[in-house]
Design a protein around this ligand. Structure first.
Ligand code: SF4
Ligand code: SF4
Length: 305
């Protein structure tokens, strides 16, 4: 293992402790900012831009105007339909510091590898006892691949189990720098059709399909499929993903994740519109036929996961 740069910084938007998902045992999830996709069902839209983002809770606003004075860029005005002009906002956080009502929340903070490791150490005993560890999520962790690589190496140095949730979209260099330090990869494969993928996620699946064989060669890989009505909620679409997954070394299992709308309220807080309001959440029993299609390809299938 190379010497680790503990002073390297990355942009983290959340650290969630005591997760029972996203890898074995009890885990801490570190969410990194930045994603090349903007999936219509994304439950973490605050993760998509690399820079920090301000959420505005209108119901908590006292209309005192302190944020307007604090913003040197003039990005806040009552004339703005969504209060903050997102194009003019740099994510500096001055308005958040000035707000007495708690109506503004900054998502994204610059942290060093050392600072993240200090946070993670709080649960080191839990990792050891439960066989758990840490999971990098996002956003897309491969977008901050240098930071992700150093952080994962530092975690391995502590003897912790490591996992990463990824869209698989990243440069060849990003894959080679990150994946060797990961015990389990949770790889999203959303659709095998290039154009449908682009229509609903904002990007094509070319890099996913290019990187998946390499990723699954280096690390134990679980394929995850968010199942979304109108996008890939059909036995045929799921079968095609399973047939592709079957060709990947080291993939034995597919997780089918029923559509939910947990992140919907965040869109309003960011001045964005949620596009899937017409879709009802799926229940695990709705995916039984899709599960059978995966199993008929010789792979294990877990609904949820
Ligand atoms: S984060 Fe900074 S630039 Fe953005 S609205 Fe607040 S003060 Fe202005
Ligand atoms: S500082 Fe906070 S409470 Fe005051 S107007 Fe701005 S968002 Fe509202």
């Amino acid at each position: 293992m190379d010497s680790i740069n503990y002073n390297l910084t990355g942009t983290v938007f959340d650290i969630q402790r005591f997760s029972l998902h996203d890898g074995p045992g009890i885990r801490t999830i570190v969410f990194l900012k930045g994603c090349p996709l903007s999936c219509q069902w994304c439950s973490n839209p605050e993760s998509q831009s690399v820079k920090p983002v301000v959420m505005y809770k209108r119901d908590d606003c006292l209309h005192c105007g302190r944020c307007i004075t604090a913003c040197k860029r003039g990005a806040i005005s009552p004339q703005n339909k969504t209060w903050i002009d997102r194009g003019g906002c740099s994510g500096c956080g001055e308005c958040v510091n000035a707000c007495p009502g708690g109506a503004l929340v900054l998502k994204g903070r610059i942290m060093t590898v050392q600072q993240v490791i200090c946070e993670l150490k709080k649960d080191a005993t839990t990792y050891r006892r439960s066989g758990g560890g840490i999971t990098l999520s996002g956003g897309e962790p491969l977008m901050q691949y240098e930071f992700a690589s150093e952080l994962l190496q530092a975690c391995k140095g502590q003897g912790w189990n490591t996992a990463i949730e990824t869209t698989g979209i990243g440069s060849a260099e990003a894959v080679e720098r990150v994946i060797p330090y990961v015990d389990t990869v949770l790889l999203d494969i959303k659709h095998t059709d290039r154009d449908i993928h682009k229509m609903y996620t904002g990007g094509t699946n070319e890099l996913v399909l290019k990187n998946a064989p390499r990723i699954s060669q280096i690390s134990s890989t679980v394929v995850r499929v968010p199942v979304i009505p109108g996008f890939n909620y059909s036995v045929e679409a799921i079968r095609r993903i399973a047939e592709y997954a079957k060709t990947l070394t080291g993939v034995r299992t597919i997780h089918l994740l029923p559509y939910h709308s947990f992140g919907e309220n965040k869109y309003g807080l960011m001045g964005k519109e949620y596009q899937l309001t017409h879709i009802k959440p799926l229940h695990p029993e709705d995916l039984e036929e899709c599960k059978a299609a995966v199993e008929s390809c010789g792979l294990q299938c877990i609904i949820g996961g």
